[in-house]
Ligand binder design. Sequence first.
Ligand SMILES: NC(=O)c1ccc[n+]([C@@H]2O[C@H](COP(=O)([O-])OP(=O)(O)OC[C@H]3O[C@@H](n4cnc5c(N)ncnc54)[C@H](O)[C@@H]3O)[C@@H](O)[C@H]2O)c1
Length: 261
Amino acid sequence: MRLKDKVAIVTGAASGIGRATALTFAREGARVVVADLNEDGASATAATIGDAAFALRLDVADEAGWAEATRRTADRFGRLDILANVAGIGFPGTILDLTMDQWNRMIAVNLTGVMLGCQAAIRTIAATGGSGAIVNVSSLAGLIGISDVAGYCGSKGGVTTLSKSVALYCAEQGLPIRCVSVHPTYVDSEMLDPVADAVGGRQAMLEAMARLVPIGRIATPQDIANAILFAASDEAAMMSGHALVIDGAQLAGPSSAHTKG
Ligand SMILES: NC(=O)c1ccc[n+]([C@@H]2O[C@H](COP(=O)([O-])OP(=O)(O)OC[C@H]3O[C@@H](n4cnc5c(N)ncnc54)[C@H](O)[C@@H]3O)[C@@H](O)[C@H]2O)c1
């Protein structure tokens, strides 16, 4: 019961990492607001949890939506302690492939959505006497450049330093709120369905991606949910402003190829 008595909002909780995070938080004793643009999917996640959760339709890029979400959270559960900003979208393409529509949508959801969530959560946690953390899901693409996902890199890189700024602000204000960004490698979630279709099936995609990860497999949504759980829990009380990399050693450095003849 690592989140006993905590109240959390999880965005993107209809699918993939967000759903795994909501279920993990609930298993660890939290009451959970299951937020997503996909209302049916959010309702299914909340129904799996039961009375300790409710579903909410939220477009993270909509400022008024955040005001409503945090008001309903405080009305129902009396407080807020944790926000996991997991919702995200991605369009492939190099810098010259990128359309304005794709760029604007990725910035709106991946970066503006996280910013609005941080604002709403800080205000609500402070107003309701909560204490805990904001955990923002970025990506390896928020730490390094990848040539064929240029817009996604731009949006996720913003999350990395925004999270550090939020961490410093909360610390300077004496607020009991930490902020951590999480940077997964490839995760076998619904987000990769179009990639699987493009490369001739899921197994072919998983094998190709696994070759890029030194430990030999890509992440599961549960791998990332476990990291988010730790960052959100009081066990991570001294961790704020940190970029938590969950990548099976992908960014650790070059392989030992130069010693293999
Ligand atoms: N899957 C990966 O390989 C991978 C790797 C690194 C980082 N990430 C990041 O992890 C996060 C979760 O991704 P996932 O793999 O679980 O993807 P997913 O597609 O399975 O889930 C994303 C969820 O976000 C929701 N969503 C999309 N736009 C929204 C909006 N405007 N408002 C509210 N909800 C919205 C979707 O409905 C969906 O339920 C994303 O931020 C993604 O960028 C994913």
